[in-house]
Design a protein around this ligand. Structure first.
Ligand SMILES: [Zn+2]
Length: 266
């Protein structure tokens, strides 16, 4: 009797896992910097347009950092209303643009850079240049607010060293340190993880911690930058535990999950 019920529950777990793998394979985008096809880039571009308000994509491609690491680059602009002159309040004319480059949330282990054309306006009355404003970048560094949020969450969790956070995000260690200093001086309740309603786009980062010889997996929301889950273990088990915890509704809400390799549940 006892053996029988154990068999049953093993079967149940198996079928739940099979169902999960089926669902995951439908929504997972696997990123491989060596071999990336045009339609995958298009999918990534769609994710970015869905997660950054008013982002208009122009081009998505794989580039290289100064350290020769592959980086996923999104070129585009952010649609905003034409401002009035801050001095006279009058109408301004378009006067070209300039491009800013900011680091954004990693897509799995791939660093992400946004190259955004900021519009420039000219007031003929005051002879003043006005630059387009949008709240995407931190005032202090050339990184997105969402990336700063994920770094704060990772620091809060106290699993990664600053060097490891720097490796995962591509943000240099000095900046991670500065973000940490700001985080510690902020009101505590501002940095507590927000309870998120089910996210639509998530990124899964599996990272090997050399010091402790363990894998750790982080699940990031690509909509807010919040770390939704972080645990020791490889991504299959961690994702499985995560979904077990948050319930099947979450899985049904996820439109896309970015991962380095396909999921192999054993
Ligand atoms: Zn003016």
């Amino acid at each position: 009797m006892c053996i029988h019920s154990e068999e049953n529950s093993t079967k149940d777990i198996e079928s739940t896992k099979n169902l999960l793998v089926k669902k995951l394979s439908k929504i997972t985008l696997t990123i491989d910097s060596e071999n990336i096809e045009e339609d995958l880039l298009q999918n990534f571009s769609n994710i970015l347009s869905s997660t950054i308000q008013d982002f208009i994509s122009k081009k998505t491609y794989i580039g290289k950092t100064k350290q020769e690491k592959p980086v996923l680059i999104f070129k585009g602009k952010v649609k905003t209303d034409t401002p009035n002159c801050p001095h006279c309040g009058g109408n301004v004319h378009k006067d070209g643009f300039y491009t800013i480059s900011i680091l954004h949330l990693p897509f799995a282990s791939m660093m992400v850079k946004l190259e955004i054309d900021k519009e420039r306006f000219y007031c003929p009355h005051c002879k003043l240049l006005v630059i387009q404003k949008f709240s995407l970048k931190t005032p202090e560094h050339r990184i997105s607010l969402m990336l700063e949020q994920s770094i704060k969450d990772m620091l809060e969790k106290n699993i990664f060293t600053m060097k490891e956070i720097s490796l995962i995000t591509g943000v240099c260690r000095n900046i991670v340190k500065k973000i940490d200093n700001r985080r510690l001086s902020e009101e505590k309740n501002q940095t507590l993880m927000q309870a998120e309603s089910s996210p639509r786009f998530i990124s899964i980062i599996e990272f090997f911690l050399k010091d402790v010889q363990k894998y750790v997996t982080t699940i990031l929301s690509l909509e807010t930058g919040h770390v939704l889950w972080i645990a020791y273990g490889k991504k299959e088990q961690v994702l499985y535990d995560f979904l077990d915890q948050v319930g099947e509704n979450w899985l049904n809400c996820i439109e896309c999950l970015v991962s380095d390799t396909n999921f192999e549940f054993k």
